[in-house]
Design a protein around this ligand. Structure first.
Ligand code: NAD
Length: 351
């Protein structure tokens, strides 16, 4: 079968992880890359034996790409996706899809008009522990979903609180830290709707604004079927978990202290709690572990290996398969728009 040629737009932190994950895929070539910073594009191209470009239009017109991956900060997603559409290149766009609903709509429209497929980078849906949890839920293992929750609370105090820069989030709009609502919670907003298989009927919450005083963030989502989703984020404090409450990581993850390679101790592993009428699941999504609790007690559920960052490879492969089959992308851009709609509603943006 023909090799699928991939081009990266943006060669920062997440691009490194996508590239590492894609090495697991047969028939996929990281052929080209472009970055606003030509030195970065150059260095990335050398590391990955790709063709580096200092001009996006040149890459899109001459690199003979099958798919472009938009891996820039969110503020630059719209322009990059529209450039791909205009060049007739299928595109996978990282989360959040954009920072306004109008931008989401322009991106979706441009791709529809150009006849290219726009996949939303909902990478959490491809984490093996999450996939296994979804299979158990769909098989009725925990009954009806009542409550889904994630809290990421930690850090090293208010002085070391890190917020993503203007390069990611323009002042005055949604912003905050890499473990905050718009940058990280957006994953869970998508995931919860996917797991609950029910539309959201009511949202309440508070999100940080770029360039302003940062506060704890939350989002409460009420679903049509009665389920509740709860997200709580704050990383200008300290974790309250005890060191013994950690886990040995089965995949590389974004632990509170940075990236943790597989096999190492994660003192504060990210986890998602799903409570149902007949059981509950604790998903250690990056540590690649899953626990089921019901009337028989608690047991560990076997999760396929390897863990993170394989989710990016599974996501790309599913996108390639959909293009070959002439089907919609595995996670359509409309899901990315819906996640934006729910998060942006706490900033007063509605539609
Ligand atoms: N799915 C995940 O788990 C996950 C994890 C981390 C980041 N992300 C997402 O990936 C995206 C990038 O995040 P990151 O952490 O790699 O950021 P980063 O700051 O490390 O890298 C961004 C890169 O994009 C380049 N860039 C900026 N504007 C550009 C433009 N207009 N055109 C081309 N290149 C441009 C920068 O020079 C930089 O090299 C964000 O949307 C972020 O939310 C997703």
């Amino acid at each position: 079968m023909k090799t699928t040629r991939i081009g990266f737009i943006g060669t920062g932190a997440v691009a490194q992880v996508h590239a590492e994950a894609y090495r697991a895929l047969a028939g996929v070539e990281l052929a080209a890359c472009y970055d606003l910073d030509p030195a970065r594009a150059d260095a990335f191209a050398r590391t990955h034996s790709a063709q580096g470009y200092s001009d996006l239009a040149a890459m899109l017109s001459s690199a003979n790409l099958d798919i472009a991956c938009v891996l820039t900060p969110a503020r630059a997603h719209e322009a990059a996706v529209i450039a791909c559409a205009n060049a007739g290149v299928h595109v996978l766009c990282e989360k959040p899809l954009a920072l306004s609903l109008d931008a989401c709509d322009r991106m979706i429209r441009a791709c529809e008009q150009a006849g290219v497929s726009l996949a939303y980078g909902a990478s959490y849906r491809f984490l093996p522990a999450v996939v296994t949890a979804k299979q158990l839920i769909d098989a009725g293992e925990i009954g009806d979903i009542l409550l889904m929750r994630e809290a990421a609370v930690g850090g090293s105090g208010i002085e070391r609180r890190e917020t993503l820069s203007e390069a990611h989030f323009p002042a005055g709009g949604p912003g905050g830290s890499g473990m905050g609502l718009i940058d990280h919670g957006i994953h869970l907003v998508d995931l919860f709707s996917w797991l609950a298989k029910s539309p959201v009927t009511r949202v309440r919450g508070r999100g940080n604004i770029a360039g302003q005083k940062q506060l704890p963030e939350y989002l409460m989502l009420e679903y049509d079927n009665g389920a509740l989703g709860e997200l709580v984020y704050e990383d200008g404090t300290f974790p309250s978990e005890l060191p013994t409450e950690g886990i040995f990581s089965g995949g590389s993850g974004w632990d509170v202290g940075g990236i943790t390679p597989p096999g190492q101790w994660q003192a504060h592993p990210g986890s998602i709690h799903i409570h149902g009428s007949r059981g509950s699941l604790r998903i250690f999504h990056y540590a690649n572990a899953l626990y089921l609790r019901n009337q028989h007690g608690v047991r560990e559920i076997k999760v396929p290996e390897p863990g993170a960052p394989i989710q990016f490879a599974l996501q790309l492969q599913a996108f390639i398969d959909s293009i070959r089959a002439g089907l919609p992308p595995p996670v359509p851009a409309s899901a990315g728009r819906e996640a934006c709609r729910l998060v942006l509603s706490v900033y007063g943006e509605h539609s």
